[in-house]
Design a protein around this ligand. Structure first.
Ligand code: BDR
Ligand code: CA
Length: 350
């Protein structure tokens, strides 16, 4: 039998994270070793709670554990002049509760895109009794050769902290497929994408690590938008995970229509994080992929959090540290989701 792809999901669940989690649990080509939660779309206690809800929705509570991760970014909250610094405190520090960057400057549509609670029952299961960073280090060190692929689809804090705490994990990582960054498409400022903007120093740690990195930026995820019309076929599958995905596509479409003129016209929304999951098994879903040098602006000006890719054709180019996708195959992505959800239905004997 063909070997399954060993993966670890790192999420800030989050509606598109939820779709990514469903796909990582239901595609039988994956061996999902665990889920790490992180601060991002909402506070980490909520991203953890939402991830547990998704695990139960997929009936995977016996197999998949959720590890609670970092509750603030690595460095940026120490800088009083950064856009997200005001009042942010780690849960363990005085003066909690901690406001979330997304909630600080709430934009019309944000609450529909990432509600605090997913439309699922409160979870019965609890997170594991170990922090995500410790579990990541232990799991990678115990693995043989390069066999584990990391799929971070939230701010990169957990992985960067793990790399800093124990660099011996770096040569153990097979590949890191990241939903993050943007070249011509951005969402949090004219220059930056949300996951990178929340913790730009963490993204830089990864880009300097020497690991094989594939970036699935907004340029690719927006090209792979899914429409409300297409969600109807997913809803018709009728299983709990399929209905959840259809609900989330509809909810995201309502949200995007309030701030994104193109998505409003298309009556759809990008499912960013799920595209990164698809790209692990089907790299051809990413199109116009540049092998290039990429770094993040951490200089705290207008371009703060920007992923800058070097497209100059140099005789002696800068080190090529990532694959950066500028486009995607929307049809392949949609068909993959439908096929995986239908197979799951058949497996359940429905
Ligand atoms: C990314 O930011 C989050 O809002 C989404 O979950 C996705 O990971 C898109 O910029
Ligand atoms: Ca996310």
């Amino acid at each position: 039998m063909e070997d399954k792809r060993k993966i670890i999901m790192d999420v800030d669940t989050g509606s598109d994270d939820a779709i990514a989690l469903v796909m990582s649990m239901l595609d039988e080509h994956f061996d999902l070793l665990g889920i790490c939660s992180v601060n991002g779309n909402i506070e980490v206690k909520l991203t953890t709670d939402n991830s547990l809800r998704v695990v139960e929705c997929c009936d995977k509570q016996e197999e998949v554990k959720v590890y609670k991760g970092c509750d603030i970014p690595m460095v940026s909250t120490l800088m009083p002049w950064t856009p997200q610094s005001t009042g942010i405190r780690s849960e363990g520090m005085k003066d909690s509760p901690m406001p979330n960057p997304r909630r600080e400057g709430t934009r019309a549509g944000d609450k529909e895109v990432h509600p605090e609670h997913l439309p699922l029952p409160a979870p019965v299961i609890r997170e594991a009794d170990k922090s995500a960073v410790v579990w990541l280090i232990e799991t990678l060190l115990a693995s043989e050769g390069k066999e584990i692929t990391l799929i971070p689809v939230g701010p990169l804090t957990n992985i960067a902290v793990a790399m800093r705490a124990d660099p011996r994990i770096i040569p153990k990582i097979k590949e890191i497929v990241i939903m993050g960054g943007g070249h011509l498409v951005n969402n949090t400022s004219p220059a930056s994408e949300f996951n990178v903007w929340v913790d730009p120093e963490a993204m830089e740690v990864l880009l300097h690590s020497g690991c094989k990195i594939t970036m699935v930026p907004l340029d690719a995820t927006h090209a792979a938008y899914i429409t409300v019309g297409e969600s109807k076929r997913i809803r018709a599958i009728g299983t709990k995970p399929a209905v959840l995905i259809a609900d989330l596509i509809e909810q995201r479409t309502v949200g995007y229509a309030q701030f994104d003129a193109e998505m409003n016209e298309k009556q759809g929304a990008p499912l960013h994080d799920a595209l990164a999951v698809c790209a692990v098994l089907y790299p051809e879903v990413l199109k116009n992929v540049l092998h290039c040098n990429c770094h993040v602006d951490i200089s705290r000006g207008y371009a703060y959090g920007q992923t800058i890719i070097d497209r100059r054709e140099r005789v002696h180019p800068e080190p090529l540290n990532c694959y950066f996708a500028l486009d995607a195959d929307r049809e392949l992505f949609y068909n993959w989701m439908v096929e995986v959800l239908e197979k799951d239905k058949a497996r359940r004997g429905l």
